[in-house]
Design a protein around this ligand. Structure first.
Ligand SMILES: *Cc1c(COP(=O)(O)O)cnc(C)c1O
Length: 407
């Protein structure tokens, strides 16, 4: 008799976005004439930058020739891309990261989900609340939690992000081993300063913990004082792994390319308390379970770092940031308080009512889809997330409708 992994049975039955899709579908069935504007799911809407498309096409044409054909590439990514990443995303910002510390992959979702398998099953996990659901669910699947009770899993240390701490969690009061952080944050759009991030790095060094830093939204940072990478912080190389993605920075959500940075000094410990380097372990996992991102996609990602590519990505993100500004202004005018939107594509709004109630109100009265904050964790209750990923025209229209509905 084959038994299943019963930890999967602890997972909450329905994933946030399928709940939303169901409510939207029901609304559309009841009101087929109403046009719904989606400011909910965190997916980009603008086409790929022309520089990426040109490189993509060129690489596909190479694959059509005997001389240019490529089969399996290096699992860790082609050197041309790893070099471009190390130089442009890190060394140019004063962060000492080398090409062989970069692992190219098909997504930060997979990487943030897979990384936990390197660590002991009895490791204590600290996860922000509210949070991108992947960190939590993959630890549930692995068996690092108890049951789900009163909106939380037993055995997890929740790092609360609330109005009181301006949505940057305080250090945990109890000892923890593995810490997930995400800045600029999904869902709150909040950011972390160098000084605040240094506190976490120092804590990890003192307590022999490790930080998993998700920087999927770093390209949205416009405040020159904010760190783009945890490796801008002194001492981070021993205690941090960073996740990046071209999904939000260059519109690659459907093209798939991301990377994870594991410095050579990055360590965890064995049962005898001896230091073990994480780099060779992640390399081993990656090579065993992954066969590399396709050559044309890696060429398209490389083009992000060309002069044209850089300018086009900046323009792309400026457009989304302008949308976020329109959203923030409209909600302010209606008397709501919010965070985010200035260095992130998300605006996190205090609704003064239950999250799902606010969701239904915006859907039914304004035909606008948001994401209920409660779906991201207990601390998200009472909030909604509006996303800037749409056309400016749609964002303007959505905010006009919301103003009419809520005034
Ligand atoms: C969108 C997003 C990612 C990117 O995931 P991909 O798999 O690279 O598309 C990673 N982390 C967070 C928090 C995100 O919102």
């Amino acid at each position: 008799m084959l038994r299943i992994n019963e930890h999967y049975l602890k997972l909450q039955a329905s994933y946030l976005f399928s709940d939303i899709a169901k409510r939207v579908a029901a609304f559309q069935t009841a009101h087929p004439e109403r046009e719904v504007i989606k400011l909910g799911i965190g997916d980009v809407t603008n086409p790929l930058p022309p520089a990426c498309i040109a490189a993509f096409h060129k690489a596909v044409d190479e694959m059509a020739t005997t001389a240019g054909f490529r089969g399996y590439g290096p699992e860790q990514g082609y050197d041309f891309l790893r070099q471009a990443i190390a130089v442009n995303d890190f060394q140019a910002r004063g962060a000492d990261i080398q090409a062989d510390e970069v692992f190219v992959s098909d997504g930060a979702k997979c990487d943030t989900g897979n990384i936990q398998e390197l660590f002991a099953l009895d490791a204590t996990i600290a996860i922000p609340d509210p949070v991108y659901p992947v960190y939590l669910d993959t630890n549930v699947m692995a068996g690092r939690t108890g049951m789900f009770k009163d909106g939380r899993y037993e055995g997890i240390v929740y790092l609360e992000s609330t109005k009181a701490n301006n949505f940057v969690p305080d250090l945990p009061k109890e000892p923890v081993d593995l810490i997930y952080l995400c800045f600029p944050n999904n869902p709150t759009g909040s950011t972390i300063t160098k000084e605040q991030l240094k506190v976490w790095v120092d804590f990890a060094r003192e307590t022999k913990a490790l930080i998993l830093f998700d920087a999927a939204y770093e390209a949205f940072i416009r405040d020159s004082q904010l760190p783009h990478s945890i490796f801008e912080i002194e001492g981070a190389r021993e205690v941090a792994i960073e996740f990046r993605s071209y999904s939000k920075s260059a519109g690659f959500t459907g093209t798939r390319c991301a990377y994870t940075v594991v410095p050579k000094e990055c360590r965890a410990f064995d049962a005898h308390g001896n230091k073990q380097a994480i780099h060779p372990l992640w390399n081993r996992r990656h090579c065993t379970k992954f066969n590399g991102v396709s050559y044309p996609v890696q060429r398209a990602a490389e083009a992000v770092y060309s002069p044209e590519g850089k300018a086009q990505c900046t323009a792309l993100i400026d457009g989304y940031l302008n949308n976020a500004k329109i959203i923030g202004q409209a909600m302010s005018e209606l008397g709501y308080t919010y965070v985010g939107g200035d260095n992130a594509p998300y605006v996190w709004i205090e609704g003064g009512r239950d999250s799902w109630e606010f969701f239904d109100l915006l859907l039914n009265k304004a035909g606008v889809v948001c994401t209920p904050g409660a779906g991201f964790g207990k601390c998200g209750q009472g909030y909604i997330r509006l996303s800037a990923f749409n056309s400016e025209a749609n964002v303007v229209k959505a905010m006009e409708r919301i103003k009419e509905a809520l005034q």
